[in-house]
Design a binder for this molecule. Structure first.
Ligand code: SF4
Length: 354
């Protein structure tokens, strides 16, 4: 098969056949192709989870999701709160909301079968240019070019592209497209990603064992490790906020579900202020709120957050008029997004009987 492919692609495929990473969502190259096709549901789910997140962080979530919801119809029937709870800690919660929307559309409008063409996939919620290419190539063998950070790094080094990212993206995509074969496009996409993840690594590329080192211009010029160049990032602004943790005398916690859109949309959280330069410090209801001496620090994509925590114990008759009390036996910190869990951990550590 490889004789008809461009030589670099063929060599990468040969390398992939023996060095592919074992990943819970992946059909190994020895069994892919005519024998066993990749399951589009598992490809889609893994690719959505992998957006902005590492393979190591995703593995356990992927196993939990596919155990609980083994196919797209099962996921489409799930309760929103269950999916958001299972997603908690993975971050970028708009992905989970779009995941559910997408599952429901595929289940209701497509009979539970994902479309195979990239342009059709891209019409579905949460599926952008990268994810549509990945699903089309990996699940359906379409000759689409998949470009993630690993692929960008390999292309920048292979062709010694010194234009900094993100300006270099179109050029790197074109170079990657020029190598994409018509056959085994899905395996090829995964081969380049695996090469970037395991050999052509960000800091110390292992050029000595690289299957395409004789063609690598970056290596020949001695500049591979410095590529890709990146435009300097602007420092992230710091935002402030307040969170209020109320515990009833029976141990129940007052929690609120956040609005469906926006940061942490649809997730459970502690009542609190907006997050800005000058947040409104007013508590959600009048009580004997006590500030904690430490604050929670958390970094989002676009800003650092410093969250000041106030705590209070209230009576069984307390009716704050917001959120709802979750009984202590029903409360699972793992259902909270990371920043909210950090607040809970801080209160626990500081011994406020929470
Ligand atoms: Fe990356 Fe080195 Fe291989 Fe070039 S030779 S692609 S720099 S690992």
């Amino acid at each position: 098969m490889c004789e008809v492919l461009p030589s670099l692609s063929g060599r990468l495929l040969d390398w992939y056949d023996t060095h592919a990473r074992e990943l819970p969502w992946r059909v190994p190259p020895s069994r892919s192709g005519a024998e066993i096709r990749q399951d589009p549901y598992r490809v889609w789910l893994s690719e959505v989870m992998l957006q902005q997140t590492t393979v190591a962080a995703v593995k356990d979530y992927f196993r939990a999701f596919t155990t609980r919801w083994p196919d797209v119809n099962a996921l489409a029937s799930a309760e929103d709160a269950d999916v958001m709870g299972e997603w908690a800690g993975l971050g970028y919660y708009a992905r989970a909301r779009n995941l559910l929307k997408c599952a429901r559309i595929v289940s209701s409008d497509f009979g539970g079968i994902f479309p195979s063409q990239r342009d059709e996939l891209q019409k579905l919620p949460g599926i952008g240019p990268y994810t549509s290419a990945a699903i089309a190539a990996i699940a359906f063998g379409q000759p689409e070019t998949v470009v993630d950070g690993n692929v960008e790094r390999v292309m920048a080094r292979l062709y010694a592209v010194t234009t900094p990212l993100p300006a270099a993206k179109p050029e790197l995509t074109n170079l990657a497209a020029g190598l994409t074969p018509d056959l085994r496009a899905g395996d090829y996409a995964q081969a380049v990603m695996d090469l970037g993840a395991t050999v052509c690594t960000p800091r110390n590329p292992a050029c000595g064992i690289c299957p395409i080192n004789d063609a690598c211009i970056g290596q020949r010029k001695g500049i591979a490790a410095s590529l890709p160049k990146k435009s300097p990032k602007l420092p992230k602004p710091i935002r402030l906020g307040y969170a209020y943790i109320a515990q009833r005398e029976d141990g129940a916690f007052l929690l609120e579900r956040r609005p469906p859109s926006g940061l942490l949309g649809g997730m459970l959280g502690w009542p609190g202020s907006d997050w800005s330069e000058n947040p409104d410090e007013a508590p959600p209801f009048p009580s004997d709120w006590q500030p904690l001496p430490e604050e929670v620090r958390h970094t989002f994509t676009h800003f650092h957050l410093r969250l000041k925590i106030h705590v209070v114990h209230v009576s069984l008759r307390s009716q704050p008029g917001i959120g709802e009390f979750i009984r202590k036996e029903d409360f699972r910190p793992s259902d909270l997004p990371t920043v909210m869990r950090k607040a809970y951990d801080l209160v626990s550590r500081l011994g406020n009987d929470v």
